[in-house]
Write a protein that binds this ligand. Structure first.
Ligand SMILES: Nc1nc2c(ncn2[C@@H]2O[C@H](COP(=O)(O)OP(=O)(O)O)[C@@H](O)[C@H]2O)c(=O)[nH]1
Ligand SMILES: [Mg+2]
Ligand SMILES: [Zn+2]
Ligand SMILES: [Zn+2]
Length: 280
């Protein structure tokens, strides 16, 4: 089940020939305990739920540590893109992949409950992509990401983007092994959202305020949104941007380049210095 909302586990995969990661793992696929919340069993169910949730998160953290070690060894920047549905993650990703083409290696993991729609949008840019469908699940977990990594060549000296399931709640609790969570907040969602969903803004290193081209049409105060976000996370970096107008994209690409360069092996850094950087 999901640690926060009590939904069923997302990790309902069979282990056929596609299961080819080599770590030793006992699969944390407990089912049905959080759903047992009838009046007569409330106390027992609640107690059991808490312990199962802690267990679930502890197991997730072990897979996340494994993924993180892999990214460090491979010289890969991994970013976990999180937001409510429709805030513009895939649109910015497509634009970003176009900007990085021929400059930095990339790979993408797409998380959605259903369909390959986003993966198809990413594949159209030429970037390697794996789609993870979570079914009823409302977040990606580190174990699923570990499986997807087995199907992607490591983008050494570049970046792995993990687009999470659209949900401002429980993806905050699930470490995927990423270097940073990047939280998107589009101007149509309201500048109060960082106060209503503080866990996500606390977990993120960068907040992208998206669709700024729509600011003239909506009662959204970007300065207030940023102040709200920083009130829950004073260290949060914030950028305001629009894929439609192009405003703010240079600042986003510069942030990305800085983070990639910090993790890339020395040879990859030299290639970027020799004029293959983003703004060459
Ligand atoms: N006006 C405007 N619309 C945008 C912008 N970026 C994305 N959208 C639109 O917002 C909707 C959701 O975008 P999508 O990238 O699928 O969001 P995701 O669910 O977070 O991946 C789509 O209709 C996009 O065309 C933008 O910068 N400005
Ligand atoms: Mg998307
Ligand atoms: Zn497995
Ligand atoms: Zn969830």
């Amino acid at each position: 089940m999901c640690v926060t909302c009590g939904c069923e586990s997302t990790a309902q995969h069979g282990h056929g020939p596609e299961h080819h990661h080599d770590h030793d793992h006992d699969h944390p696929h407990e089912h049905g305990v959080a759903g047992a919340r009838g009046f007569g069993v409330l106390r027992a169910a609640t107690t059991r739920t808490v312990s199962v949730e802690q267990d679930l998160l502890a197991k997730n953290n072990r897979y996340a540590a494994e993924n993180r070690g892999r990214f460090a060894a491979e010289g890969v920047l991994a970013l976990n893109l999180v937001s409510s549905p429709g805030s513009g993650k895939t649109t910015l990703l497509v634009r970003t992949l176009e900007a990085l083409r021929g400059r930095r290696p990339v790979a993408v993991i797409e998380g959605d409950q259903q369909t390959r729609l986003d993966a198809d949008r990413i594949a159209a840019t030429g970037a390697p992509v794996v789609q993870l469908n979570t079914g009823k699940g409302c977040h990606l977990d580190a174990h699923q990401v570990g499986h997807a990594l087995g199907e992607l060549a490591a983008p050494t000296g570049g970046v792995l983007f993990i687009e999470n399931v659209g949900n401002l709640v429980c993806p905050a609790a699930f470490d995927l092994g990423e270097a940073h969570k990047v939280v998107f907040l589009s101007v149509t969602e309201g500048d109060d959202k960082p106060l209503k969903y503080p866990d996500m803004f606390r977990a993120a290193a960068l907040c992208l305020v998206t669709k700024s081209d729509l600011l003239p049409y909506v009662p959204f105060d970007a300065e207030r949104a940023i102040a709200n976000a920083r009130s829950v996370n004073p260290a949060l970096e914030c950028l305001v941007l629009s894929v439609t107008s192009g405003a703010g994209l240079d600042a986003w690409l510069a942030w990305l380049e800085r983070e990639i360069a910090a993790r890339a092996p020395a040879g990859a850094k030299r290639a970027a210095d020799l004029g293959q950087g983003l703004h060459a």
